[in-house]
Design a protein around this ligand. Sequence first.
Ligand code: NAD
Length: 399
Amino acid sequence: MIVKPKIRGFICATSHPEGCRQNVLEQIKYIKKNSSVSTGPKKVLIIGASTGYGLASRITAAFGYGAKTIGIFFEKEASDQRTASAGWYNSAAFEEAAIAEGLYAKSINGDAFSNEIKQQTIDLIKNDWDGEVDLVIYSLASPRRVHPETGEDLRSVLKTLGNTYTNKTVNISSGEVSEITVEPANEEETRQTEAVMGGEDWAMWIDALSKARLLADHVKTVAYTYIGPELTYPVYREGTIGKAKLHLEKTAREIGTRLKHTGGHAYISVNKALVTQASAAIPVVPLYISLLYKVMKAKGLHEGCIEQIQRLYADFLYSTDELLTDKNGLIRLDDKEMRLDVQKTVADLWKKVNTENLSDISDISGYRHEFSKLFGFEVDGVDYGKEINIFVSLPSKRQ
Ligand code: NAD
């Protein structure tokens, strides 16, 4: 099949297997070049391992530290009608590269919120690993969760809390800058968003692993959050998603207390705003990212998921120095994004940006390029005119 992008709003309905493979190889290359293997994780469980920050966390553990990895994700295999999802192709490419280097890599594709997938993971660890997990990365981004105890179908919304909020936004395809009004969520929407994107499921994973005696002494677990500048506060930090993230932060403290007696730690890492499938769906944020990329690239400060996660492991989680957090106990990988000079320039550009000057003063072309790359398109060296087999299996599942 010749695979072409089919972009609909903030998703792309097709993915290119070879482009996705090259993206993964590029990240592996970066990690190999930039890690000097020292003490690091050895047996790592990554929940949300197929794209974005979770994929980068898996690549860093495996290729930076030689760790065995189990990745959990929710992706689609190819069918006669459509390609597989990008995360499926990414994971197949990751496993292929890891296995070729003699690294253990297996994946479980299914709903991480369910009891069944937690049990499958526990069974796999018990069966395959002689020893316990020493790092658990929690990197889910989902619009929906079926609660495993009550069966309730919960939905997350990206709304404000309290008041309507109007600000600029961009239509990524057309380049039109317009105003968008984000409505406030009601109590029920707020509760459901917290149940999907808060910390309850992370705590359930840690409890299940702990009960099965699969957590090593001194285990570390990390979940990711975003804070960002004041201009996105109403839709992010002070909106429904921000409330869910506060719950995630509270959960980190609770998990940390429970792990203390074995020397374990639970961390929240505040990561930089980046083009991923999850962030593309948030109103206002893609325009902010387009301006931010322009400013950070000009100052030589730009980083993608892999650069951020390489720093997380090397400078924080596995640094020989004491782990530095901010006054709220958060790891700050967003330090360069939040630099005063960066934020001042972005804020000035924000006031000026409109449809006419978008291409000049923002990095909208960089945003579009990164968005296409998420699905394996516009990747250097890939011949998009060539027929390609879209049916790719996960190497660990091949008999
Ligand atoms: P992403 O969309 O790239 O990845 C989400 C992952 O979750 C994928 O592996 C997907 O398969 C998996 N997933 C979703 N629902 C699932 C389910 N039910 N069962 C199993 N797996 C499921 O997202 P991302 O941007 O990398 O976000 C990961 C985390 O990082 C989130 O907590 C997000 O808030 C945080 N974060 C993102 C940004 C950003 O700008 N993208 C910035 C800071 C923090």
